[in-house]
Design a protein around this ligand. Structure first.
Ligand SMILES: *Cc1c(COP(=O)(O)O)cnc(C)c1O
Length: 487
């Protein structure tokens, strides 16, 4: 593909885009239970208008675009107030949870370097903490220590975390809620531990921070997790999840500006404009920020409370319904609207495929640590209306899955071959070979994905996590493919 010699007409161009999109999940129907947070048609039009209004403004420099400073201070203040903060709390608007977490880890690193002279910092996370912490440690070349959680509740085991603290530990992490199981870690106990050991404590409230306060106001038993808990030094919260902002909207809050200082970066050592960045991105559209401000003001507190009421009712109904389907069991008692359930009788990967054939997207989560492979639902604004249909189809799909042979066939040969592999000595040709074998065995050809993914998930589920990572990198490295001379 090359830039077309002559520009296309608007109609033709948009037709092409619409054609590409035809194969994507039609998420606005509410049947996609991960990745998307549908604000509904009215809010969506508000978001579009605010986003495009600010699309071309550059939030890189608030002295040139002072309105971006006003918008950011508003949005950060709203977040601080929502999470029990005072006027000392200082934050930044970021592009997403991953960026907020990356910056929280960088802040902790630079703070520990200055305050404690630590050169080889380590962060301590429960094994349910989001992958973004591993990514941050990887990007920043820091050590991450992952601590097993309580296998009954999937919450952080504070005693185990205490025992894992070493001289180079700088940061503890807790989630409110964890993505995989939708539970709140014991933040009070973690806060006390952080204070006792003079460590920072980051609360990952990326997905839970916005909704949990509403669930609490509606009577749900929500444990304390925010700045009111002594010892909490930073919190991340995504607006592009249950605040329904356009993607590219999150916030990182620090307890005070003395901490936030370590987040910022300045460079005057080149011949161009002096760079002073609060976040990873430098040039950045103010569209996501303006759209976030707009959606918060569109729904208002009352609007969000009503949405939360519906999602809480949906959660109760769906959790009860799942418990009543023979063959299914919840992994944990969800404390928000994220539900993880599994089966000891049928393959959950078959259930996922059968649900997909009926137009539902429910998310596979592979086994890890004490968490068996399972199905994840991030319940949405429409879930209450769809709950009966969802539960009926789920029950029927479990019944169908009972009659199917195990996905991926007999995997004993694969297991045998893997047992003799030295994971530290895998090179790209070897990985390519394993990948081709696995793809042949599971029916994936080239860049096209099969309708049924159960065999793929089953094979991945049997691989040790480091091999899952290496193989998926190989796969993605092949999937994104330039065709300079082709169309
Ligand atoms: C979504 C999520 C993240 C990562 O956020 P992105 O916006 O996808 O980068 C981090 N932590 C938790 C708990 C999340 O749910």
């Amino acid at each position: 593909m090359k830039i077309p010699a002559k520009g296309l007409g608007k109609d033709e161009l948009f037709e092409k885009l619409a054609t590409f999109r035809a194969h994507d999940m039609p998420w606005r129907d509410g049947r996609t239970f991960a990745y998307v947070y549908d604000p509904g048609p009215e809010a969506e039009s508000v978001i579009h208008r605010a986003y495009t209004m600010y699309l071309g403004e550059n939030a890189l420099d608030p002295t040139v675009f002072p309105s971006t400073l006003v918008l950011e201070n508003d949005v950060v203040s709203i977040a601080a107030a929502h999470l029990g903060g005072d006027d000392d709390v200082a934050g930044s608007f970021t592009s997403g949870g991953t960026e907020s977490i990356l910056l929280a880890v960088k802040t902790a690193r630079d703070h520990a370097r200055e305050a404690r002279g630590i050169r080889e910092p380590e962060i301590l996370v429960p094994e349910t903490a989001h992958a973004a912490f591993h990514k941050a440690a990887h990007y920043l070349d820091m050590k991450l220590v992952s601590v097993p959680v309580d296998p009954a509740t999937f919450k952080a085991d504070v005693t185990a975390m205490r025992e894992a603290i070493g001289p180079n530990t700088i940061l503890l992490v807790g989630s409110a809620v964890s993505y995989a199981h939708g539970v709140v870690d014991p933040i009070r106990e973690l806060g006390a531990l952080a204070l006792e050991k003079n460590l920072l404590l980051h609360v990952d409230a990326c997905i839970g921070g916005f909704l949990l306060p509403y669930f609490r106001r509606l009577g749900a038993p929500v444990p304390d997790f925010d700045f009111r808990v002594p010892g909490v030094t930073s919190i991340s919260m995504d607006f592009h999840k249950y605040a329904f902002a356009a993607k590219g909207a999150s916030v990182l809050l620090h307890k005070n500006k003395d901490l936030r200082r370590h987040q910022f970066y300045a460079c005057a050592s080149w011949s161009g404009y002096t760079v002073i960045n609060s976040t990873v991105q430098s040039t950045k559209s103010a569209g996501p920020l303006a759209a976030c401000w707009a959606v918060l003001h569109h729904f208002g507190d009352e609007g969000y409370l009503e949405i939360a009421r519906s999602m809480l009712a949906a959660t109760r109904k769906i959790v009860d319904g799942i418990e009543n389907i023979p063959g299914l069991r919840l992994l944990a008692r969800p404390e928000m609207n994220l539900v993880a359930f599994t089966s000891d009788e049928v393959s959950v990967f078959h259930v996922i495929d059968e649900m997909k054939a009926r137009g539902w997207f429910v998310q596979p989560q592979l086994g890890f640590g004490s968490s068996k492979e399972n199905i994840h639902l991030s319940l949405n604004r429409r879930a209450l209306d769809l709950a009966d249909d969802l539960l009926r189809d789920l029950g029927e799909c479990v019944a169908i899955a009972r009659k199917l042979p195990p996905p991926g066939g007999d995997l004993s040969a694969l297991r045998g071959a893997l047992a003799s592999l030295d994971l530290t000595k895998l090179d790209p040709p070897m990985l390519g070979h394993i990948l081709r074998e696995a793809m042949a065995a599971t029916g994936i050809a080239g860049a096209s994905l099969p309708d049924r993914m159960a065999a793929v998930s089953e094979v991945l589920n049997h691989l040790p996590p480091p091999l899952r990572e290496r193989l998926l990198v190989e796969y993605m490295n092949g999937l994104f493919q330039s065709r300079v001379d082709g169309a």
